[in-house]
Design a protein around this ligand. Structure first.
Ligand code: HDD
Length: 705
């Protein structure tokens, strides 16, 4: 048998020789090249239990490439804490900015109350104040059209008093029973998850169209109050009537007001929209930077005081939170001031964990029967139990009273104290130091005579007039402000997809003012005015309250305002310096913007701008100026960011100081200079214009409803 010679089998191509894995551990042991060690000024890093760490880079493994061991208590502690870094955000008012400061009483109310913070003139009470938007989540933007929360925690010697108000003196609803419905309607729609922070959507307007009591607040929400220029420039209101009680228990009603030292100021709507893109943190940053620079925001604290008998004579029920007490009817008495002079050290520990509660009140102040306030007395503590994880959140430093406090409450999640002794009850005979109630110092309620009516789910007939104060508010505004309200209504309703909702709102507007209804109907393109619903009470013409305007009451000052100056390579160094110096001297802040961050001015010296042109739009400033060489202006007139800079400043009714070169850019933007546009050499004229907006310009460049 011949055997076939088989060709020797080719061995498969050997794989490229695998490099032998380095099985050693790098860095060896617990140390490494990148490992930063304690020493010098650096303290030793420890676990939360105080165990010092040798290595903050590597988790524990049996071998360098082995699995991580469950035994690694350091890794587990670190990751566990990280996993729980976020707590549920507030269901409303989630996005907030806050600051520490003090309240100083300048006029004693000793005749009316025993509350020491309102009687001891000159005494400074520490405060923590948090401002917020209402509808948006914690990560939303600062400048949507929205009500602003204005919550002040006074750490008084008699315990904490929280005045949890808004920048608007009235509210959408009369009874707390409707609050969840209101909030569900205004927050993002639950199926689609938008809008994130605004009221311009169907569910909000559907709800309010069916709640005529919201119409007064709607007028405020559509006014310029809901698009503030700065948190330092908003008013604050306790909204409800409260009671002040004297030593005999006699009651006087009180309404609380905060009035900003810088005056009230708002943005224009297009500017607010653009600010959302330019700087999500516009208000938060402004507050922080002002305090950081020692430019401490300040508010006057004022009260309106009236007796039960005086209240009986008002043409509205002051217990109805959709009504305000005009200052022309009950004047404001300024009794103190609040200064915010310290930024929080930590946003989470303070601004997030602070828990305001309208039920936190001190002896000498008491609640009224306002049904919205009565419901609030329950809601805040309840929500905080879950938001802050249990009943001991009053021990968190930002919430703890700054006066002694003691009781028999014990245990629970996150107990931080170590209460001593056997006695955690009262009455007791075993511990002479255990806390007891005090008739002399304790909180006493107003001894109100109880009604002899019948129990039920009731709404007083005196709450029935939903339109008269809405009408009074509208007619008290200046002409530009009324136009802004009509335009805001058109904008918001134009985002509502459901025709019958849009029409229902216009119907309500007819009960407030036929002309306003017509303006909005025209803006929406309605063929005819929809029918007005039958008001539950006759609509009456109340005396006007010019104190409710913004425009005529703006302060004639550059304090708190920021002037943006555009420069480029070759800009006149002396001209820039003169303008900046004069503006600062007049109280304004100055920021210099340039196409590139580092440029050279006419003196040949390098100059660092505060902002780069495309990233620093003019919406961020209250007035703008430019000092440009003709060559630089020639180049910038074809640059969209430069043209938009001036077009927006002009559109937002700002004063403009425009040099010869800049006029080319204005021309490229189609801007016809008016009396609000001057030469940068006319410094005084420019700074005078910069104190306000050029309201006369508005009708010429924007179709107002
Ligand atoms: Fe409220 C927070 C203001 C009605 C229930 N509210 C909250 C905050 C402010 C207000 C400023 C944020 C506080 C902070 O910065 O932490 N709320 C008002 C005003 C109201 C009002 C001025 C009407 C005059 N609120 C209101 C009603 C209810 C609530 C009728 C419920 C019955 N509010 C809450 C709440 C919040 C809250 C759910 C959310 C987070 C929190 O309390 O701590 O409990």
């Amino acid at each position: 048998m011949t055997s076939k010679k088989t060709a020797p089998r080719k061995s498969p191509t050997p794989p490229a020789a695998a490099p032998r894995r380095d099985r050693s551990a790098l860095p060896r042991g617990n140390g490494g090249e990148t490992q930063q060690q304690a020493g010098g000024g650096h303290p030793v890093m420890t676990t939360a239990q105080g165990i010092a760490l040798a290595d903050n880079q590597n988790s524990l493994r049996p071998t360098a490439r082995g699995p991580t061991l469950l035994e690694d208590f350091i890794l587990r502690e670190k990751i566990t804490h990280f996993d729980h870094e976020r707590i549920p955000e507030r269901i409303v008012h989630a996005r907030g900015s806050a600051a520490h400061g003090y309240f100083e009483l300048t006029k004693s109310l000793a005749k009316f109350t025993t509350a020491r913070l309102l009687t001891e003139k000159g005494v400074r009470t520490p405060v923590f104040t948090r401002f917020s938007t209402v509808a948006g989540g914690a990560g939303s933007v600062d400048t949507p059209r929205d009500v602003r929360g204005f919550a002040v925690k006074f750490y008084t010697q008699q315990g904490n008093w929280d005045l949890v108000g808004n920048n608007i003196p009235v509210f959408f609803i009369q009874d707390a029973m409707k609050f969840p419905d209101l909030v569900h309607a205004v927050k993002m729609e639950p199926d689609r998850g938008w809008p994130q922070a605004g009221s311009a959507h169907d569910t909000f307007w559907d709800f309010v169209s069916l709640m005529p009591e919201s119409m007064h607040m709607i007028m405020w929400a559509m006014s310029d109050r809901t698009i503030p220029r700065s948190l330092r420039m908003i008013e604050g209101f306790g909204v409800h009537s409260f009671r002040l009680l004297d030593a005999e228990g006699k009651s006087t009603f009180a309404k609380f007001h905060w009035r900003p030292k810088l005056g009230i100021q708002s943005t224009v709507w297009d500017e607010a929209v653009k600010l959302q893109a330019a700087d999500n943190d516009f208000h938060r940053r402004d507050l922080w930077e002002a305090i950081d620079a020692g430019d401490f925001p300040e508010w006057e604290f004022a009260v309106q005081l009236f007796t039960e008998a005086e209240a009986e004579a008002f043409p509205f029920d002051h217990l109805d939170p959709t009504k305000l007490v005009p200052e022309e009817l009950v004047p404001l008495q300024v009794i103190g001031r609040m200064v915010l002079d310290r930024n929080p050290d930590n946003l989470f520990a303070e601004t997030e964990q602070v828990a305001f509660c309208p039920a936190n009140i001190v002896p000498g102040i008491d609640f009224s029967n306002d049904p919205l306030l009565q419901g609030r007395l329950f809601s805040y503590l309840d929500t905080q139990l879950s938001r802050l994880g249990g009943p001991n959140f009053h021990q968190i430093p930002i919430n703890a009273p700054k006066c002694p406090f003691a009781n028999h409450q014990r245990d629970g999640h996150m107990q931080m104290d170590v209460p001593k002794g056997r006695v955690a009850y009262e009455p007791s005979s075993l511990d002479p130091e255990s806390p007891r109630a005090s008739r002399a110092d304790g909180f006493r309620h107003f001894a109100e005579a109880a009604d002899d009516g019948r129990k039920g789910r009731l709404r007083p007939a005196s709450f029935a007039d939903h339109y008269s104060q809405a009408r009074m508010f509208l007619h008290s505004q200046s002409a530009p402000e009324q136009a802004h309200m009509a335009s805001a209504l058109v904008f918001e309703l134009s985002k509502v997809g459901t025709a019958h909702v849009r029409e229902a709102i216009v119907g309500h507007l007819r009960n407030i003012d036929e002309e306003l209804a017509q303006r909005v109907a025209d803006g929406l393109g309605l063929a005819a005015l929809p029918p007005a619903p039958e008001p539950a009470a006759p609509v009456v013409d109340l005396p006007l309250s010019p104190a409710l305007r913004i425009i005529d009451r703006m302060k004639d000052t550059l304090q708190g305002r920021c002037i943006g100056i555009l420069v480029a390579d070759g800009s006149d160094a002396a001209g820039l310096a003169a303008l900046a110096k004069a503006a600062k001297k007049a109280g304004a802040q100055v920021k210099v913007v340039a196409p590139k961050l580092s440029i050279r001015l006419s003196d040949g010296k390098p100059f660092d701008a505060d902002g780069q042109l495309a990233g620093t739009p003019s919406a961020l400033f209250d007035a703008v100026a430019s000092v440009l060489s003709l060559e630089a202006a020639e180049a910038l007139k074809d640059e969209a960011a430069a043209v938009d800079w001036f077009r927006d400043a002009f559109g937002h009714l700002k004063a403009i100081a425009a040099c010869q070169g800049t006029r080319m850019i204005l021309k490229a933007g189609g801007i016809k200079p008016d009396a609000g546009v001057v030469d940068p050499k006319e410094i005084d004229a420019f700074l005078a214009l910069a104190k306000t907006r050029q309201w006369k310009r508005e009708p010429k460049l924007r179709t107002l409803a």
